[in-house]
Design a protein around this ligand. Structure first.
Ligand SMILES: Cc1ncc(COP(=O)(O)O)c(C=O)c1O
Length: 360
């Protein structure tokens, strides 16, 4: 079976599993905010339609300044990118022909970017039985032979958050071994305010690089907006490497306003807190195993039915698409990734999972 590489492709799944084209499907496979984009975005895009007839300012000065102000950094520590994906490939370019470490299961593009730039990859693993904690001891041993580590915090697909003390240890040891630690914070805005982003750490650890994406929180995968925060020397080099005008001209109209829209983020966090608590309680009571996620998706496995593919197929036949994990190293299909959606959609998922449990 050729499983699709990404989530958010319900039509492809329907085709692959021979489900009638007209069947209404609920998409739990993508991990975008179901509340977004904010209402005002459509009008703002309309009002700035004329900007697509002009080249953007090549330095993206206006948006970069807003990002730097928002993060409390200098402009020369921030690089606007074409989604978080461009940031991943740019940082990989910096370590071309070097040696990397990747902690799996995680977002697939780190490995792809490393291969693209001929970077040797060393795989280490989070383990389900250890609640997907960072395998710190094993990582520290490999540090002297590692130029760059790719971490995802909160991690996709587990939704788990690496402990601050583990990260500090890696960064401190990394300074001695000349190892850079790249932390992809694409889902950081979904975290409760008790778990802050690592931006403040940039002034302490020159070997820290942070990657961000506006895609997930604001539900704008088609706009392609992300950024990188790092020591100014690295940003300077990567600014030179970036292809010209890699980001569209609409960002100036959208990004500064998105950063100001704290109400939207609060509304999202309130929904997520309520719905994720509810789903975790209900699913745990039904006997499902979940990753201890802190964000808008989680891994799920049936304690009693080992065959996750069967569960995946059952859900699909009941109009629910989840994300398979066959192409996540270290999972190999043993879990499915499920998004937290609206109350109604979550109820529908629960209904089907109860039915599966009762029929099993
Ligand atoms: C962890 C992580 N980082 C980065 C990205 C890339 O996001 P984008 O390029 O849309 O900003 C994704 C998308 O799925 C992701 O899951």
């Amino acid at each position: 079976m050729k499983w699709p590489n990404h989530g958010g492709q319900p039509e492809e799944m329907q085709q692959l599993f021979g489900i009638e084209k007209d069947t209404q499907m609920l998409d739990f496979s993508a991990n975008l905010n179901p509340i977004g984009p904010p209402d005002w975005v459509k009008e703002a895009l309309n009002n700035h339609y004329h900007t697509i007839t002009q080249y953007p300012d090549p330095t993206y000065s206006h948006t970069t300044t807003s990002l730097a102000d928002y993060e409390g950094l200098d402009k020369d520590q921030v690089l606007l990118t074409n989604g978080g994906s461009e940031a991943i490939f740019l940082v990989a370019k910096y370590f071309e022909n070097g040696k990397s470490m990747i902690v799996h299961p995680t977002f697939l593009e780190y490995e792809r970017a490393c291969h693209h730039y001929h970077i040797e990859t060393e795989d280490v693993f989070y383990k389900a039985e250890e609640k997907f904690q960072l395998p710190l001891t094993c990582m520290l041993e490999k540090l002297p032979n590692t130029d760059v580590i790719f971490l995802c915090r909160p991690n996709n697909p587990t939704g788990t958050v690496i402990k601050e003390e583990d990260l500090r240890r890696l960064l401190e040891e990394g300074m001695k071994t000349g190892t850079t630690v790249v932390v992809d914070e694409a889902f950081v805005d979904f975290l409760p305010t008790t778990i802050p982003s690592l931006t403040k750490w940039l002034s302490i650890y020159p070997n820290l690089v942070l990657l961000r994406s506006l895609t997930k929180m604001y539900t704008i995968p088609g706009l392609r907006v992300g950024y990188m925060m790092a020591h100014k020397d690295m940003i300077k080099v990567l600014r030179e490497e970036q292809i010209p005008w890699s980001v569209n001209s609409l960002v100036d109209a959208i990004v500064p306003r998105l950063l100001d829209d704290t109400r939207f983020v609060e509304k999202t966090r309130t929904w997520l807190n309520e719905q994720s608590k509810y789903m975790f309680e209900e699913l745990t009571n039904l006997g499902y195993i979940l990753s201890p996620s802190k964000v808008n998706f989680y891994l799920l496995q049936d304690k009693m039915q080992v065959e996750t593919d069967e569960l995946f197929r059952y859900l699909l036949n009941h109009g629910i698409v989840t994300r398979h994990t066959h192409n996540f190293k270290g999972l190999n299909g043993t879990f499915i990734r499920v998004a937290v959606r609206s109350k109604e959609e979550n109820e529908q998922l629960l209904y089907v999972l109860k039915k599966w449990r009762n029929e099993g």
